[in-house]
Design a protein around this ligand. Structure first.
Ligand code: NAD
Ligand code: DAU
Length: 337
């Protein structure tokens, strides 16, 4: 399948990865018009789309569970790229309910609209649907790894993936799925690991490390996620899943120490805090299918350079995050984290 798209709906386009994708499309795909559909939850920020010309994008403030709204938007589009989700594991442990509504019911509503209007559908998912790997296991996740989600968040993402597979097989919806590893880069909410620690240091708060700090995440720059999603949207095969990753395995202690040293702190200038219940030990992605079949490759292969740029972004954009900081830290403090 090779597709040219004139008009795409991007759900969750005011969030971290969605907004980076919208900027990427506007910068790299001149003929494409984007309609962002976003509910502007605590994680969404209209400012994330600042600078995008009016003739390239419309912003619709609305909910993916609103089928009447979808009925107005979807017939006008060639494709839906579905990023909208409740995305934070710790929040899903404290209160799973919004995760069921947005991640499961919201995906269902979008799939029904895509089915009715025969619109191409790309679903953004996560490597967390596969559960975790042991630290000493040489294996990495592939498209054939069985689903084994651990948290309320990852179980709702696994559920949404299953809906997409069923809507493709039963109704023939022209759908693909991508499961990506941990993203980093500009505009990530400060509840997440890397921006939380950077903004802690900028606020003279000691960074916080869960458990023994040896949990491994496989880091990818969000711009590489965007180029991979575009490759799958335009060249991917209907019904297929593609894993997205950039060979960026690192444990949390290593990442934190790198942030500390880059920001002029000592290696032990942080607090050990209570572990996350059910904390996945290690994620690792084998993205060879995507590289082999669609010719994709990441360009941000130097993590230290990407981390420096991310630290600079949070240092230079205090106004973007400072009003949320107190509430985020108060919430964590209540959880002993
Ligand atoms: P985010 O929390 O930063 O942004 C989510 C966006 O979705 C926000 O703008 C929010 O307002 C919007 N939204 C939430 N509920 C909505 C609803 N009911 N209707 C419309 N909009 C709604 O999330 P993110 O980190 O950018 O993640 C985006 C997607 O990528 C998610 O599907 C997530 O599962 C997936 N993913 C994330 C990562 C990662 O490292 N962050 C890795 C792999 C996959
Ligand atoms: O793997 C992809 C997933 O990556 C996405 O599906 C999720 O949407 C995204 O939030 C992310 O999930 P994680 O749980 O891996 O990300 P988080 O930033 O919450 O945590 C990264 C690691 O850092 C994890 O092992 C927990 C740890 N951590 C986190 C925070 C917030 C800490 O040690 N201290 C912290 O303060």
């Amino acid at each position: 399948m090779s597709n040219a798209f004139n008009s795409i709906i991007v759900t969750g386009g005011a969030g971290f990865i969605g907004s980076n994708f919208v900027h990427w499309v506007v910068d790299n795909q001149p003929g494409v018009y984007v309609t962002v559909l976003d509910a502007l939850t605590y994680a969404g920020n209209r400012e994330n789309l600042n600078g995008i010309p009016e003739n390239r994008m419309t912003f619709v403030h609305g909910n993916i569970c609103d089928s009447e709204l979808l009925e107005q938007l979807v017939p006008e589009a060639d494709a839906i790229v579905h990023f909208a989700a409740e995305s934070h594991n710790d929040n899903s442990i404290a209160d799973p309910e919004p995760f069921i509504r947005t991640n499961v019911e919201g995906t269902y509503c979008l799939l029904e609209a895509a089915r009715k209007h025969s619109v191409r559908f790309h679903h953004i998912s996560t490597d967390e649907v596969y559960g975790d790997l042991a630290l000493d296991d040489p294996a990495r996740f592939t498209e054939d790894t069985p689903y084994h989600p651990s948290s309320p968040y990852s179980s709702t993402k696994a559920s949404s993936d299953m809906l997409v597979r069923a809507w493709h097989r039963t109704y023939g919806v022209n759908a693909t799925i991508s499961n990506c590893s941990n993203n980093y880069g500009p505009r990530q909410h400060i509840e997440k690991f890397i921006p939380r620690q950077i903004t802690n240091i900028l606020c003279d708060i000691r960074p916080k490390l869960y458990g023994d700090g040896l949990n491994v995440r496989d880091w990818i720059h969000t711009e590489d996620h965007s180029s991979a999603v575009w490759a799958i949207l335009t060249q991917g095969k209907a019904g297929e899943t593609y894993l997205i990753g950039a060979d960026g395995e690192k444990n949390n202690l290593e990442v934190l120490r790198s942030i500390l040293s880059r920001m002029g702190k000592q290696p032990d200038d942080f607090d050990w805090v209570r572990d996350r219940p059910g904390h996945d030990r290690r994620y690792a992605i084998d993205s060879s299918k995507l590289r082999r079949e669609l010719g994709w490759a990441p360009i941000h292969t130097n993590f230290d350079k990407g981390l420096d740029a991310t630290i600079d972004w949070y240092s230079n954009n205090r106004d973007w995050w400072v009003s949320a900081k107190e509430a985020v830290e108060a919430k964590y403090a209540k959880q002993g984290q």
